[in-house]
Design a protein around this ligand. Sequence first.
Ligand SMILES: Nc1ncnc2c1ncn2[C@@H]1O[C@H](COP(=O)(O)OP(=O)(O)OP(=O)(O)O)[C@@H](O)[C@H]1O
Ligand SMILES: [Mg+2]
Length: 235
Amino acid sequence: MPLLELTDVRTGYGSLPVLHGISFAVEQGELAVMLGLNGAGKSTTMMAIAGLLKTWSGSISFEDASVGRLDTAKRVQRGIVLVPEGRRVFPALSVTVNLRLGAWVRRRDRKALKERMEKVFEYFPRLAERRNQLAGTMSGGEQQMLAVGRGLMADPKLLLIDEASLGLAPKTAQELFQTVKQISKTGVTVIMVEQNAGALDVADRAFIMEKGTLIFQGAGDEELKATDLRAAYLG
Ligand SMILES: Nc1ncnc2c1ncn2[C@@H]1O[C@H](COP(=O)(O)OP(=O)(O)OP(=O)(O)O)[C@@H](O)[C@H]1O
Ligand SMILES: [Mg+2]
């Protein structure tokens, strides 16, 4: 039984259709990478899974239960957590406060909160060094680490990371992918939306989207190399 399964999901904005029937599954513990050009519908897919966008039809099941009608807060409680595109940290708040806000739905459990923050600091030592710094004064890469760290604070079973590497230097992006791999090895299932093909190095599964449809799914980079898609999409 897959952890997450989308079946023929259709949605869009207003009356404009964007996803034209998306079906895929991700197994527990997998690190999946979703690639595709600008406007392909990657973020729309992530928002549909996280409940930020209602689906028009089709189903989304998580841990064998239908979650497609639940609101975002309920999905977070079930363990579906989105790190949205564009480093949405709170600039005027410190690193620590940003992290604490990530655990808002579980804020009453102080001990667990402290443990999770220590865990985030292990993954991202840079955040520990800068824990009292205002998020808005951190570098782009540091803010991206903070955005991922904040997602981890909600104790996700499924972490959706939308273009974490955007604007990062290649080396910084690779480090981030390696850290995400470490996170996935602890049993957290991850879907990473990327335009950086370097992410395939850590992927257990790869998806390619084009114009609101999934045009490829396979087991990581090997299968993708066997097609001409890799060259077409990623240069
Ligand atoms: N709020 C919105 N209102 C109307 N159309 C939207 C909205 N958000 C996205 N779209 C449209 O939906 C389509 C898919 O957008 P989406 O953001 O999912 O693409 P993407 O694959 O994430 O692209 P990128 O790599 O540029 O982030 C695009 O044509 C976009 O213009
Ligand atoms: Mg996007």
